[in-house]
Write a protein that binds this ligand. Structure first.
Ligand SMILES: NC(=O)c1ccc[n+]([C@@H]2O[C@H](COP(=O)([O-])OP(=O)(O)OC[C@H]3O[C@@H](n4cnc5c(N)ncnc54)[C@H](O)[C@@H]3O)[C@@H](O)[C@H]2O)c1
Length: 429
């Protein structure tokens, strides 16, 4: 397979050209002939013009690449090595929503040939690839798994907004259905991952590894969030406690905060789902989710409490929220927990303005029914610095003072301004 790809006798297809699929497709397109397949026509048009819809990649990343952007199954059919990188979200009941994954699998199954490989990169619970995807591949192609086609799993570790950890310099886990295909899959990924690959002994091991990377982070952040609730009652600052504890060699520096996005706040639910099927009801993982999912409401209530304590009239209170993306320096608004803060504040009839230098206003409107303000319109009774985009880091106490009424409150979720604010009212997690 590798030899045919490198000699361009056959093609590699990436199905789903989003945060994960696009950089991968472009990297492979330096070496192989690539079919970039997606169902979003609007995005395909942007890609043909060397524009990344997510804004992560510069035009340079598109130069000198052998890639065809398409939504046609007839183009997909020209490939023999398929990589699936479509979304794996949760539904409104926090259950895995496998629709995009199964629909992408259906597309691949329709064009699968004898001898082909299908590698999944979408984050799933252990067992999903072989239990849910392989039967569709077999049924629609009429081919036999392992005998006629091979399957593998290689989770993605990219971190949007992070210039330090890239596809090329981060070890990639690879797995496949047998040893011979694992060798091929490893060799193909080694072409683009300079840091090398880790060969997992089994597809389920690779699936589980991805899930626990994010579950571990979720549970640890939840612990810090819970501690911050306790420290708030004690009247001490969590970040001061963490700084002090961090002087011990084996203290791991997690910090409290909002856990949104499509990975850390979602993947643990995939594990909870699989565990429930096995008649085990995980307590730690579910508790972590409960704590982290409650933080938006908690932060809003604390803001309201502080405003009331300050004799601010609740019905006329104005609050500015700075940042709505799921984390700093990205434009991605999926699963933003800032929307929870807004909803809770509105339930107290507080007037809320939200600004964000990176978020796309139309996307925010469609997803959350929140109209982004083009700019702050002072004066506010409270300013919540929710997402520490680089544009906000240089704000001074004087800048914040200009936004606030006298005796106004700064809520600094990530505690980044705690040494800067000396006169204004201040609260952080
Ligand atoms: N974004 C990250 O930081 C990250 C990191 C690691 C793993 N992951 C995982 O990788 C997977 C992809 O995530 P993402 O962030 O790249 O998603 P994304 O939403 O950015 O992109 C997914 C792309 O798939 C396309 N798509 C949806 N259904 C399709 C179908 N049936 N056929 C073809 N294309 C289809 C969409 O149009 C979109 O362009 C998810 O499982 C996610 O959990 C994401």
């Amino acid at each position: 397979m590798y030899n045919q790809l490198i000699s361009k006798d056959i093609k590699l297809a990436v199905v789903g050209l989003g945060y994960v699929g696009l950089p991968l497709a472009l990297e492979f397109a330096r070496h192989f002939s690539v079919i970039g397949y997606d169902i979003k026509e609007k995005n395909l048009t942007m890609l043909r013009n060397a524009v990344d819809p997510s804004g992560e990649l510069k035009a340079d990343s598109f130069k000198n690449r052998d890639i065809l952007y398409t939504s046609k199954l007839s183009d997909l059919e020209t490939a023999n090595f398929f990589i699936v990188a479509v979304p794996t979200p949760i539904d409104r009941y926090n259950k895995p929503d496998l629709h995009p994954l199964l629909s992408a699998t259906t597309a691949v199954a329709k064009v699968l040939h004898k001898g082909d490989y299908v590698i999944y990169e979408s984050t799933v619970y252990p067992g999903c690839t072989t239990e849910e995807c392989v039967p569709i591949l077999e049924k629609l192609s009429g081919l036999k798994y392992m005998e006629d086609f091979k399957v593998g799993y290689s989770p993605e570790r990219i971190n949007p907004g992070d210039a330090e950890h890239s596809l090329q310099n981060t070890i990639k886990i690879v797995s496949a259905c047998d040893d011979a295909s694992l060798d091929e899959v490893a060799k193909i990924y080694e072409t683009v991952v300079a840091a090398g690959v880790h060969r997992a002994p089994d597809i389920r091991v690779a699936e589980a590894a991805k899930i626990i990377e994010n579950t571990q982070r979720d549970v640890n952040i939840a612990l810090m969030n819970e501690l911050s609730i306790i420290f708030n009652r004690l009247g001490i600052n969590t970040y001061d406690v963490i700084k002090a504890a961090g002087t011990k060699w084996n203290f791991v520096q997690y910090t409290p905060g909002l856990v949104g996005g499509h990975c850390i706040g979602v993947d643990p639910y995939y594990m909870v789902h699989k565990a429930a099927e096995l008649k085990y009801h995980p307590q730690m993982i579910a508790s972590g989710r409960f704590v982290n999912d409650s933080m938006g409401g908690y932060i809003a209530k604390q803001t309201v409490k502080k405003l009331l304590a300050n004799d601010m009239p609740m019905e006329k209170a104005r609050v500015l929220i700075m940042g709505i993306t799921y984390k700093e320096n990205v434009s991605d608004i999926r699963n933003s927990k800032v929307a929870d803060i807004v909803a809770e504040l509105l339930s107290y009839r507080v007037l809320v303005d939200v600004v964000d230098p990176n978020a796309e206003p139309q996307a925010v409107q469609e997803e959350y029914n929140i109209t982004l303000a083009p700019a702050p319109t002072p004066k506010y009774h409270a300013v919540i610095i929710a997402v520490p985009h680089r544009e906000y880091l240089t704000l001074t106490e004087a800048d914040l003072q200009k936004l606030l009424v006298p005796n106004g409150l700064v809520v600094d979720i990530r505690g980044l301004f705690r040494t800067k604010i000396t006169h204004l009212q201040y609260w952080s997690l």
